[in-house]
Design a protein around this ligand. Structure first.
Ligand code: FES
Ligand SMILES: [Fe+2]
Length: 340
């Protein structure tokens, strides 16, 4: 049991694997191979000639150079060191220095299932790629009447602090008190949680529609969070502004956050909104995100070991319980599957 608890905590720290995670914005992966680290794993991404993204372990099977330092040949990536080519299934495709080689066709590299959606590239990190769950994203990210603008950043803190920060609506009235959209409303509140079909909502009981008053967590193949911030008329068409957030561990000490800024706008209103967003609001939103980043990066990694929580932290406590249970299930199933 002690083993299971320790293994589950270690897994939680570096990221649950049986999930879809956004790893990069679509615009980050263009013509050249793109190397990144997520969940402690080095991965190379590239686009083939049809524009489809491939993702495999970023390690040349020959001597271990990073494939992302090499060349995108469409159906393969070629290593810079001696030119060995590996395809999107992770199989060695060519050894140009030899011509023919019995190594061709051998699979040495892990390949990651890829879905590109809502302006982001999602990878599946689970071990058994044959049994992929669907990736159901919140409706704001599924197009149609919703316009979703993605912004993403690297934060030097464990991913759990970033997720817990979104589960804590009360910080809006303090940390972001001087921001353009969160200056309104009470600085005190009673909070409560309620279950939803895919997770739970944590909300203020005595104020809604004024500030950052509720936040939601959902698990639908990926883990996501959602909140809304009411906007005054001067912020253009489309009513309330929704933010969908996801966070992907880079390693145990850092993460990449993905925030989609969403508004229900169609026709000319959509163009007006996009223009207004780029021209005026995007910079303000980066300022708000910087406030979050500074606070979280300033906390020690061990901060969670010595806290004095109060009622407003019930949302993040609930999230911690949910995540810890998922880690235990995942590690428990792996241990059970190991040969005795
Ligand atoms: S290390 Fe990649 S080809 Fe030799
Ligand atoms: Fe914040």
């Amino acid at each position: 049991m002690a083993d299971l608890n320790a293994a589950a905590e270690a897994r939680l720290n570096s990221g649950i694997r049986n999930l879809w995670y956004p790893v990069a914005a679509s615009w980050m992966v263009r013509d050249t191979p793109h190397g990144l680290t997520r969940l402690g794993q080095r991965i190379v991404l590239w686009r083939d000639r049809e524009g489809a993204v491939h993702a495999i372990e970023d390690r040349c099977p020959h001597r271990g150079a990073r494939l992302s330092m090499g060349w995108n040949l469409g159906s393969t990536v070629a290593c810079w060191y001696h030119g060995v080519e590996v395809d999107g299934a992770g199989c060695l495709a060519r050894v140009p220095a030899l011509g023919e080689s019995p190594l061709v066709g051998r699979k040495r590299n892990r390949a990651y299932p890829v879905i590109e959606r809502a302006g982001a590239i999602f990878l599946w990190f689970g071990d058994d790629a044959t049994d992929l769950p669907p990736l159901d994203l919140p409706e704001e990210l599924n197009g149609g009447a919703w316009e979703a603008i993605l912004c993403t950043a690297h934060w030097q803190c464990n991913y759990r602090y970033a997720a817990e920060n979104v589960m804590d609506p009360m910080h809006g009235a303090y940390l972001h008190a001087v921001s353009h959209s969160m200056a309104e409303g009470d600085k005190t509140a009673r909070m409560k949680a309620r279950e939803t079909e895919t997770g739970f909502v944590f909300e203020k009981t005595d104020q809604s529609g004024i500030n950052f008053d509720w936040t939601e967590f959902g698990a639908t193949g990926a883990w996501w969070q959602r909140l809304s911030i009411p906007y005054r008329k001067s912020a253009g068409p489309g009513g309330s502004f929704f933010i969908v957030g996801m966070v992907t561990p880079v390693d145990a000490e850092s993460c990449r956050v993905f925030f989609w800024r969403c508004r229900k706008v169609e026709g000319w209103q959509r163009d007006a909104w996009k223009f207004l967003y780029r021209a005026r609001l995007e910079g303000l939103h980066w300022d708000v995100l910087e406030q979050d980043r500074l606070i979280l990066e300033g906390m020690l990694d061990s901060a969670r070991d010595d806290e004095m929580l109060y009622a407003h932290d019930a949302g993040l406590v609930r999230l911690r319980r949910f995540m810890a249970a998922a880690a235990k299930r995942e590690v428990g199933a792996e241990l059970a599957a190991e040969p005795a």
